[in-house]
Design a protein around this ligand. Structure first.
Ligand SMILES: O=C(O)C1=C[C@@H](OP(=O)(O)O)[C@@H](O)[C@H](O)C1
Ligand SMILES: C=C(OP(=O)(O)O)C(=O)O
Length: 401
């Protein structure tokens, strides 16, 4: 396997930049993602007076728009897919209510759909408006609150409690806010945002490191001598999923950062068993689990708590699908899971994808070891609509179902 694969632009950066641009009232955004999650955010932001916002299956859209619409005093409804109605939002809604938003649930308490009924503005004081927010369910609540922070008359101080997950996404939010002229301070358990208008600023979005992980997986599983180039990736990234560089080194992929903002991946020797914490990079867990199982390398995975409330229960989905090949993801207690495999073989199995783009993309690299079928392949549109086309370019044959 040799060639160049095009990546989508980061949907996390894109969706933050779109919200901040809407609050700043301008600035050009370059290289926005073609991911459905980003295209959807863009479409919904065009009409902030709409009576209903359907965030579909996009977590960032649901969480960021709820805060944006609530704090701009809109009266509207927010809904999403059946799965979105099972993904909690109570922590964000409680915080927004403390900031004066009137929000009611129209279905199950603590979950979308919701009705926004406007907002009672708070008077300016000399002290930050303070909130205490749990950080152990989803960082998206915290990012959503931070981004509306500068428009609050007294700014915002957030006290984080619990084991904070997906922290790099919080840092990405703060970095982009700063890029657009907002002052933020990260004091670990305390985050502060000064009241201040965002400045319309241009921003060029980087390629998506989570999407890059699937190409790393392919290099890891490809015949010896394989290499790939991925354009649009920076050595100094805002994306925590750049952690794939270090993880894949252990699974036999070497990364070289080239001068023109691209990386070159080459196959090397894996280092053997290891333990990996995914608290900061949950979206890499599926990629790593599949590669480790296919290579027969036992990996202990920790920090997987948030996987159960993503597009699907990703732990259950991985367990069910790995088992079809001879792989396993075993719960060893105390939030430790071990990937193992016995005689791992790819022999024409069909992989179910559970409405989860990352299930489809994480299992696709197994095609380097044999024939397999991925069900509902169009799920990739959530973050990487061109995924199958790019695979085709590299030389995989794709058969439309
Ligand atoms: O803020 C973001 O852009 C994201 C944060 C993470 O979610 P959690 O904070 O819920 O872990 C990640 O899994 C998701 O794909 C994107
Ligand atoms: C979890 C994800 O997205 P979101 O939470 O934004 O739906 C993801 O892309 O893997």
């Amino acid at each position: 396997m040799r060639g160049t694969a095009q990546l989508p632009a980061s949907k996390s950066e894109s969706n933050r930049a779109l919200i901040i641009q809407a609050l700043a009232g301008g600035g050009q955004l370059g290289n926005l993602s073609d991911a459905n999650d980003t295209q959807l955010m863009q479409r919904l932001l065009i009409n902030p007076e709409a009576p209903l916002f359907d965030a579909e299956d996009a977590g960032t859209v649901m969480r960021f728009l709820t805060a944006y619409l609530a704090m701009t005093g809109r009266q509207t409804e927010l809904t999403g897919t059946a799965r979105m109605k099972e993904r909690p939002i109570g922590i964000l809604v409680d915080a927004l209510r403390q900031l004066g938003a009137r929000i009611e649930y129209t279905g199950q308490e603590g979950y979308p759909p919701m009705r926004l009924l406007g907002r009672t503005p708070q008077p300016a004081t000399d002290e930050f408006t303070e909130l205490t927010v749990r950080g152990d369910i989803s960082s998206q609540y915290i990012s959503a609150l931070l981004m509306v922070g500068p428009m609050l008359p007294s700014g915002l101080r957030i006290w984080l409690t619990g084991k904070v997950g997906s922290r790099p996404y919080i840092r990405m939010t703060q970095a982009l806010m700063q890029h657009f002229g907002a002052q933020c301070r990260d004091l670990g358990e305390v985050l502060e945002v000064r009241p201040q208008a965002y400045k319309p600023t241009d921003y060029a979005v980087e390629g998506d490191w989570s999407a890059a992980s699937y190409w790393y997986a392919m290099v890891a599983l490809a015949p010896a001598g394989s290499h790939l180039t991925l354009p649009d990736l920076r050595r100094h990234s805002l994306q925590g999923d750049q952690a794939i560089v270090g993880i894949m080194e252990k699974l036999g992929v070497k990364t070289e950062f080239l001068a023109n903002e691209s990386v070159r991946l080459t196959q090397t020797e894996p280092t053997g068993e290891f333990t990996q914490d995914f608290t900061d990079c949950p979206d890499l867990a599926q990629t790593v689990a599949v590669v480790a199982a296919a290579l027969g390398i036992s990996v202990v995975m920790t920090g997987l708590e948030s996987l159960r409330i993503k597009e699907t229960d990703r732990i259950a989905a991985l367990q069910a699908e790995l088992a079809k090949f001879g792989g396993a993801l075993t719960d060893e207690g105390n939030e430790h899971f071990r990937v193992t495999s016995q005689d791992f073989q790819v022999t024409g199995q069909t992989v179910a994808t559970y409405h989860d783009h990352r299930m489809a993309m994480a299992f696709a690299p197994l095609a380097l070891r044999g024939r397999l079928t991925i069900e509902a392949p169009q799920v990739v549109r959530k973050s990487y609509p061109q995924f199958w086309k790019e695979l085709d370019k590299i030389g995989f044959t794709e058969k439309a179902s």
